[in-house]
Write a protein that binds this ligand. Structure first.
Ligand code: SF4
Ligand code: SF4
Length: 276
């Protein structure tokens, strides 16, 4: 399903039009928890589809396809939300009696909140909505995003898309520091399944450029062509060399810098490829 992405690209916010087809109907909402996927960019990414053992996300014909949920099959198991690198999947449950439902939100800030803690629910644009209670915490693991469940009035389940802790002592960690705090070696290249220990081991064994590490480990050779892992590898190399990232000289990257389909390579341009 194609929607107009002009406003989304300008303001970074999904419109009503973009959200079409993303929600179940009223009877599907009553069945139990369901996944809402707010992923609108056609990027080479598919962990959500391949991780769903219920085949509840319509299969892709092309890795750049957009994911849509088959609500008749979705169980709300949250496996897809744990592996989505874009933090674009939310698990909503409004099947219970009463005025409140729950929303499970991907959350990468550390430290994680405690069960029972009051946090500030926020909307898609980050604006404050209301205080909400944390009812469940699923910690992060190897390559898995922590999921935090909030209790929210049912009428606002489609408004809440993030939260912040209400505390005077908030420690904002860079994503790099957060990687360091994970108990297991975090995954650096999700496309090829290469973790931080493997990258560090290669550096210790004398591989000192991005290209050398790429050829040895395949990190950066998957569908996203290094868009998510390259920065982490560069950080590791610069740190090993004892220089700042700006000063580090082992970061050249060979084309293609973005994924290119074989028909475009064969024909020379996207315009030509459309005419194949
Ligand atoms: S919540 Fe579970 S069943 Fe639903 S789409 Fe995600 S992985 Fe599939
Ligand atoms: S895993 Fe997340 S970012 Fe990737 S296609 Fe699925 S919803 Fe989009």
């Amino acid at each position: 399903m194609k929607t107009d992405l002009t406003q989304l690209k300008l303001e970074g916010l999904a419109t009503e039009d973009n959200l079409q087809g993303r929600l179940p109907n009223e009877s599907e909402k009553k069945r139990g928890p369901y996944a809402v996927i707010e992923c609108f960019e056609e990027i080479p990414c598919n962990p959500c589809v391949v991780s769903c053992r219920f085949n509840a996300i319509y299969p892709f014909e092309n890795i750049n396809d957009l994911p849509f949920v088959d609500f008749s099959e979705c169980t709300g198991c949250a496996v897809c939300a744990r592996v989505c690198p874009g933090l674009a999947i939310f698990i909503i449950d409004e099947s219970m009696e009463g005025e409140k439902g729950t929303i499970m939100l991907p959350h990468e800030y550390l430290p994680l909140p405690e069960k029972g803690e009051q946090v500030m629910a926020r909307g898609r644009d980050g604006s404050e909505l209301f205080p909400a209670t944390v009812t469940r915490i699923m910690k992060g693991g190897k390559g898995k995003t922590p999921l935090i469940t909030l209790e929210v009035p049912k009428e606002h389940l489609q408004d809440v898309r993030s939260f912040s802790v209400i505390s005077e002592e908030v420690t904002l960690l860079s994503s790099y520091e957060a990687l360091e705090l994970e108990e297991e070696a975090p995954v650096v290249c999700r496309c090829e399944g290469v973790d931080l220990d493997e990258i560090r081991d290669l550096i210790a064994r004398g591989y000192k450029t991005v290209d050398e590490i790429k050829h040895r480990s395949r990190a950066g050779m998957g569908p996203c062509q290094g868009r998510s892992c390259r920065q982490v590898i560069l950080n590791e190399l610069a740190r090993d060399a004892g220089v700042s990232l700006e000063e580090f000289e082992g970061g050249s990257f060979r084309p293609p810098a973005t994924p290119v389909s074989m028909d475009i390579l064969a024909k020379g341009s996207e315009e030509d490829a459309e005419n194949i």
